[in-house]
Design a protein around this ligand. Structure first.
Ligand code: FEO
Length: 404
């Protein structure tokens, strides 16, 4: 269970190979995840974060088996979300004397979740915890990365940045470090994590990274709270975050739709083919939202310069998978992306306008009024859809306006 980062810092977390959904049912974790907790054994012995509640007893039992439970002097709670604080009640039940160092917002969140009056010690940016042996932890508040309470801790001497959620990824692995895992798998999970969790906070990500870089601190490792620890070129993930935080896009178009009797699906297929033919260098992907994973679809939106969203009209509205996706887009607030709507209808035909309006609300630049087809598209309707796709491809070639 205990795995060494170096002579005095160890991982004591939990690898969760079974995790398939995270944040309730909101986020798919195809590769499981881990809840990373660390112990620093210098003059003082300090625990940084814990694990999700289902593993609380196993976690504290392991600390005891390693001789760490009795040895602990303090807990650093960098983030109160349950995946990192879930073992605190069990830990404090067995070591009620332990002080918990966290931000002022951390106390609010921890009390809100656990309704316990533990020995909280408030820290803010620049405050230090003396580890002994000439080393210390320096705290850096990082509000909204991922919650208002979040903070980083920087360990001097060893130059380890404990970054909690930031720079993490949902990847279950027994390997501790970034250079020991499949790089393609790693970055697929990193960008999905950023796209689905951190996108709304991109301005804060950018600002916080600039602030930390300005400190000029050496960084030998970035020890996150999910997935691997960055030790090989650790700043590579920081540079990726800067890129992703600045209205990221690739030469990619994503088509998201749902369909009842294959009409809107036929339009999606025709649009994908037409855009691909009109702009061969552009990657084009389509997701049927009721059949495939929502978070993978949102990752493709994040990577795209433009999206097309389609639904037939039903009950003067859109299909529920599309409605749910539009709600997600409103919250994620992607920047600098173009969009349009499409769909079939039989009589009233509201779906295309409703999708267009939702896209505007979500911050997309809607390039035109979209494309509608009456009933099931026949050959002329599919030719018209292809013409529309070709025109859409032309409209998205110029650089989009980006707003931060
Ligand atoms: Fe991994 Fe915001 O918790």
């Amino acid at each position: 269970m205990k795995k060494a980062l170096n002579a005095t810092v160890s991982w004591v977390g939990k690898v969760d190979w079974e995790l398939a959904r995270f944040h309730g049912d909101e986020y798919s974790t195809h590769k499981g995840s881990s809840y990373n907790s660390y112990v620093v054994e210098e003059g003082q012995t300090v625990l940084i974060d814990t694990v999700w509640k289902p593993f609380a007893k196993e976690f504290v039992d392991n600390l005891e088996a390693e001789g760490l439970l009795a040895k602990l002097d303090a807990i650093i709670a960098q983030h109160a979300e349950i995946d990192h604080s879930g073992a605190l009640p069990e830990l404090l039940r067995r070591r009620p004397d332990l002080p918990i160092y966290c931000t002022a917002n951390g106390i609010k969140s921890l009390k809100g979740h656990y309704h316990a009056d533990w020995d909280f010690r408030v820290v803010k940016t620049g405050d230090e915890f003396d580890l002994g042996n000439g080393k210390k932890l320096i705290f850096i508040e990082a509000p909204m990365l991922h919650w208002p309470d979040s903070m980083f801790s920087y360990m001097t001497g060893d130059a380890i940045l404990f970054s909690n959620d930031a720079f993490g990824q949902h990847l279950a692995t027994e390997k501790l470090f970034n250079d020991l895992v499949d790089q393609d798998e790693l970055f697929v999970e990193c960008i999905k994590y950023y796209a689905n969790i951190l996108t709304p906070f991109s301005a804060l990500v950018d600002r916080k990274i600039q602030e930390v870089l300005a400190l000029g601190l050496p960084v030998a490792m970035i020890a996150t709270s999910h997935g691997v620890i960055w030790r090989d070129n650790p700043t590579q993930i920081v540079l990726k975050y800067l890129e992703w935080a600045r209205a990221y896009q690739e030469d990619r178009v994503t088509i998201l739709y749902d369909t009842m009797w294959e009409g809107t699906r036929a339009l999606a297929d025709a649009l994908a083919r037409a855009i691909s033919q009109a702009s061969p260098q552009t990657a084009v992907v389509a997701h049927c939202l009721s059949k495939f994973d929502k978070n993978d679809a949102l990752t493709d939106v994040f990577r795209s310069k433009a999206v097309l969203i389609g639904s037939p009209t039903i009950n003067k509205g859109v299909l529920t998978a599309v409605a749910g996706l539009l709600e997600e887009l409103k919250g994620l607030r992607f920047k600098g992306k173009r969009a349009a709507a499409f769909g079939t209808y039989g009589w009233s035909g509201e779906s295309v306008n409703l999708i267009s309006e939702a896209l505007v609300t979500a911050g997309f630049e809607v390039v035109d009024g979209g494309f509608r087809a009456l009933w099931n598209p026949d050959a002329p309707a599919l030719v018209a859809a292809a013409e529309y796709g070709k025109a859409f491809a032309a409209k998205i070639t110029r650089p989009a306006e980006t707003s931060k």
